[in-house]
Design a protein around this ligand. Structure first.
Ligand SMILES: *Cc1c(COP(=O)(O)O)cnc(C)c1O
Length: 281
């Protein structure tokens, strides 16, 4: 995957284009699911998971299940009326891939209870599991090879949900620091999440310029998204919006060239752009 420079507000940033990993599988969900993509799943009949009804992880798992002819059952606590009446984005594509979505007041418990036999595979929310590390070994290698070949030292930045990507990327890098920002929950929550995956992690956590509620609309997020689009690159709105605002607010903290990990998720923008345009245009 390529690492390329973009020029934004008069300075250079490097971007790892994991959004271009290839075809429908892309971004950090492709990295997280690498351990399954590389296995034939012959012994699995059903994949069972849970989370939000618009999640990128949900969509990526639905695709994997379809490709391998495995059933996919997904628990969520709520599907908003708008989405029910106008299926679009990740939700619509996952349904098309054959996802069986079920409503539950306690999706995590329902999903675990649903797993009854060794032919059921349970995937936690956001694919935040140990096995996900495999794909990040490859990602870390790409970054280290590029850095060595070009004589660059990077400070790496990526926005987090579960922190799984940041934890496993940092774990597999030598001599480069990894920075992140919580987009779901606060810094304390993110630190805890990362520590359960890697107790010895050195991930540096920044705070967003203000409290952003995951999934809510903010004018400054829409604006920085459009400004980046003018630099010829599309980022995802939920995570990268907060990510870029936080990065630009903390530039003084970075001593080396900045490498931003583009973690894909553009498909999720369809629903959000629709809402943004109705609200702010
Ligand atoms: C899922 C996702 C994240 C969050 O990744 P974690 O490993 O859960 O921290 C960030 N950005 C995008 C675009 C995503 O789809």
């Amino acid at each position: 995957m390529s690492i390329e420079p973009i020029y934004f507000r008069g300075r250079r940033f490097w971007v790892l284009r994991d959004d271009l990993i290839g075809g429908e599988f892309n971004g950090n969900k492709a990295r997280k699911l690498a351990f399954l993509l590389n296995s034939n799943l012959n012994h699995i009949n059903r994949i069972i998971s849970y989370g939000s009804s618009q999640s990128n992880a949900m969509y990526s798992i639905s695709l994997l299940a379809k490709m391998r002819g495995v059933k996919f059952i997904y628990f969520t606590n709520h599907i908003c009326d708008f989405l029910l009446n106008n299926p679009c984005g990740n939700y619509a594509y996952a349904l098309k891939n054959g996802m069986d979505i079920k409503i539950s007041a306690n999706p995590s418990k329902s999903a675990q209870d649903e797993c009854k036999s060794s032919t059921d595979l349970f995937i936690p929310e956001g694919v935040a599991m140990r096995e996900a590390e495999l794909g990040f070994k490859e990602q870390a290698k790409i970054i280290m090879d590029f850095a060595k070949k070009n004589g660059i030292k990077f400070d790496i930045f990526l926005p987090s949900g579960t922190g799984c990507s940041a934890a496993f990327l940092a774990k597999n890098l030598n001599d480069m620091s990894v920075w992140s920002v919580p987009c779901v929950g606060d810094a304390k929550y993110l630190k805890e999440q990362i520590s359960t995956l890697d107790p010895f992690n050195k991930v540096k956590i920044l705070n967003p310029p203000k409290k952003y509620h995951f999934g809510k609309l903010y004018l400054e997020i829409y604006e920085i998204y459009k400004e980046l689009l003018d630099s010829n690159i599309e980022f995802e709105l939920l995570y990268d919006g907060v990510g870029w605002l936080t990065l630009m607010n903390n530039l003084d903290k970075f001593q080396n060239e900045i490498l931003y990990i583009h973690q894909g998720g553009i498909l999720g923008n369809i629903t959000l752009l629709d809402r943004y345009k109705r609200k702010f245009n």
